[in-house]
Design a protein around this ligand. Structure first.
Ligand code: PMP
Ligand code: GLN
Length: 385
């Protein structure tokens, strides 16, 4: 008797955990796993200390505290002009739990789910465990343009869901208005729903604005939006996320959520609610700060000899290491620079199934200037530039 589920048993340990362990063991500067440094808002941390003393500390509603549900609804209205009732918001323990609750709550065995590679690593195992059948389409470097005909061909009468992550992890793509209009038409044509993973919604650069699919005419009833306070406030360990959807979609998602985590620590929820209302300057200004860090790291990687691809959003730069003369795989490259150069990165092939581009490393630029400069110095030294 094998005492394990075959889908999860077949997965390795996630690449983020793997590379952070290796970075720690090697004393490397960690530009691998996507967590920010030097950006944590002090006022919010102080507020959590107060909430920790005053409570509440008992189970809140499984749907989230009224204050946080109202604050998320108000954020949707303020940022995107989308009228949202707090009843359309459910708080989750991070976007990761939100994704799992959505997949388990919405997928029936045999349903097809259209996804776009490269993609975040938690999607496929949960979709498969829920009985869904992934249909994968790829955006290709360097522009990561959406192959519209292939996307349309991936839909069938069995399609239930499309997963859209914009801004995208790992490649930093931000879907533009034309892409969104094309996707919206496909959803209508096939009576399908989109799960919009918008955790990087405030991290969009070069004067662009994030445009949620939910804001397009007629899309309200077809969209499940996922957000993350961890990304909005650069506090990824807090694991407070949410799902925004109309009742027909939110109700089945809540049925799954009640048996996954049921609820999320109320002191954290109350603090995030306060932050969404009172720390707007923080998250409205975050993109300007991160854009500078992106440019600082991009210039350093170019100096070290990498080919650097454009990043319109997210925390991440994609760097081509072939100009350095390394002809092994991206996994070998990332191990080598972590252990030998003292800089950790993530191999981009981890965001694909099967045959994948194997010459890109993903570097996180949401780090202090000191960490970025230190990493560049190490890479320049290691490659003898
Ligand atoms: N979706 C994407 C695209 C991500 O990059 C991440 C990880 N940061 C998540 C979801 C999970 O977010 P959280 O930490 O809120 O669970
Ligand atoms: N989303 C983060 C990244 O892409 C990591 C999240 C995790 O470690 N599970 O690096």
């Amino acid at each position: 008797m094998v005492h394990a589920n075959s889908i999860f048993a077949a997965c390795g340990t996630t690449i983020f955990e793997t590379m952070s362990r290796l970075a720690n063991a090697s004393g490397a500067i960690n530009l691998g796993q996507g967590f920010p440094e030097g950006l944590e808002p002090a006022a919010l941390i102080e507020r959590l200390a107060q909430a920790d003393r005053s409570g509440p500390h008992q189970y809140p509603s499984m749907m989230g505290t009224p204050n946080l549900r109202a604050a998320v609804a108000a954020h949707e209205m303020r940022e995107y002009g989308i009228q949202t009732d707090p009843a359309q918001v459910m708080v989750t323990s991070g976007a990761t739990e939100a994704l799992a609750a959505c997949f388990f709550g919405l997928i029936e065995p045999g349903d097809e789910v259209v996804l776009i590679e490269p993609l975040y690593d938690s999607y496929l195992p949960i979709i498969r465990r829920a009985g869904g059948i992934p249909k994968l389409v790829r955006v290709s470097p360097p522009e990561w343009r959406l192959p519209r005909e292939e996307l349309a061909a991936a839909f069938s009468p069995r399609t239930k869901l499309l997963v859209l992550n914009s801004p995208t992890n790992p490649c930093g793509k931000v879907y533009d208005a034309d892409d969104l209009a094309f996707i919206a038409a496909l959803l209508e044509q096939h009576d399908a729903v989109a799960m919009c993973d918008e955790v990087y919604e405030h991290l969009v650069y070069d004067g662009r604005r994030h445009r949620p699919l939910r804001s397009l005419p007629g899309m309200g009833g077809r969209i499940v939006k996922i957000g993350s306070a961890g990304k909005i406030f650069s506090l990824t360990g807090w694991k407070v996320g949410w799902v925004v959807a109309e009742a027909e979609l939110l109700t089945p998602v809540a049925k799954a959520h009640q048996f996954l985590t049921f609820t999320t620590p109320p002191a954290l929820q109350e603090t995030v609610a306060w932050g969404l209302e009172h720390q707007r300057d923080y998250y409205d200004g975050l993109a300007a700060v991160l854009e500078k860090r992106r440019d600082r790291l991009a210039a350093g990687l170019v100096q070290a000899g990498f080919g650097v691809l454009p990043a319109e959003g997210s925390y991440f730069l994609t760097a081509d290491f072939r100009p350095l003369g390394f002809d092994g795989s991206d996994v070998e490259f990332c191990r080598m620079i972590t252990e030998k150069a003292g800089v950790a990165a993530i191999p981009v092939s981890a965001f694909y199934q099967g045959e994948a581009p194997a010459h890109f490393a993903r570097f996180c630029f949401a780090k202090t200037d000191g960490a970025i400069d230190g990493a560049v110095e190490r890479l320049v030294g290691f490659f003898n530039v």
